[in-house]
Design a protein around this ligand. Structure first.
Ligand SMILES: C[S@@+](CC[C@H](N)C(=O)[O-])C[C@H]1O[C@@H](n2cnc3c(N)ncnc32)[C@H](O)[C@@H]1O
Length: 272
């Protein structure tokens, strides 16, 4: 009962009327239609916590999320397998004047338990990583292990539905039809095999991503669609109408069926 209440409350969150017009959304990463939905959900959670948090960004790359978080006063450890990405992150953090609030750690998500103190983080980001790891279930278990109880994971995964539609629209109709039929035949197998074994790579849908997190001890509180149309709108229009595109993305992100066709799915999940 408690779970349903929370899920409904968050799923109905109407992001744009409260967030559009807020000064912090006017510029910077929070205003980019490609990431605004993720930022809106994160900022709501951070406001709820109401203090600087200890965050971990696994597969955080060059710091697209870590640096703005550190600018807002949070302390962020970025764990990433790529030394090049971490070098770029370190430069970016120094340029932004937040080097003292960002730690760059080279390592694999599977080593998180060895690299970081257990049960310590308030927030773990895992954006666009589960598609490429050896085993998503192990990766999600590692996220849970470094979070304190009640801490939250922000997880972004590629949406299988959007990937199939993109192939169809690009004219790869036979492949798209094949993928649609396989999705019907294997509704439980939506996470798919590791990259390289499937022409689509590993993709998720809302239910497979939810199940993955649920099995690792999380309660999924919200699922939003990220880039419902941002990748489909012609570039010139996206540039000229950025504010309207942002409004559309924020408005559509929590509403079915728009959420289900977004390029990515964002899940906010609390460690039980
Ligand atoms: C697609 S990028 C995403 C970057 C960032 N999270 C974002 O959303 O912009 C994936 C990142 O994960 C890192 N990565 C890939 N496999 C990893 C693994 N097994 N453990 C940790 N990091 C990994 C890559 O080096 C890369 O920086």
């Amino acid at each position: 009962m408690r779970r349903r209440h929370r899920t409904n409350r968050m799923a109905r969150v109407d992001l744009w009327p409260r967030l559009l017009g807020v000064e912090c959304l006017a510029v910077g990463p929070h205003a980019a239609p490609r990431t605004a939905v993720i930022w809106a959900v994160l900022r709501e959670e951070l406001a709820r916590i109401g203090r600087p948090v200890v965050a971990v960004d696994v597969g955080g790359g060059t710091g697209g999320f870590a640096v703005p978080l550190a600018r807002d006063g949070h302390v962020v450890t970025v764990v990433d397998a790529s030394p090049d990405a971490l070098a770029a992150l370190t430069r970016r953090a120094a340029d932004a004047g937040v080097a003292d609030r960002i730690e760059a750690v080279q390592g694999d998500v599977d080593d998180l338990v060895r690299l970081l103190p257990p049960d310590s983080a308030d927030l773990v980001l895992c954006h666009s990583l589960l598609e490429v790891v050896d085993d998503p279930a192990d990766a999600v278990a590692a996220l849970a292990a470094c979070l304190r109880r009640g801490g939250v994971a922000s997880v972004v995964v590629a949406n299988r539905v959007a990937a199939v539609l993109a192939r169809a629209v690009a004219g790869q109709l036979r492949m798209a039809a094949d993928l649609v039929c396989r999705g019907v035949d294997e509704p439980q197998g939506a996470a798919g095999p590791a990259p390289g074994l499937d022409r689509l790579g590993r993709r998720f849908d809302a239910s497979s991503a939810r199940r993955l997190l649920d099995d690792a001890g999380f309660e999924v509180e919200a699922v939003h669609g990220v880039r419902v149309v941002a990748d489909l709108v012609p570039g010139a229009i996206a540039e000229a109408e950025q504010e309207q595109l942002l409004a559309f993305e924020l408005a559509a992100s929590a509403i079915s069926p728009y959420r289900e066709i977004a390029t990515q799915l964002h899940l906010l999940a609390r460690r039980r």
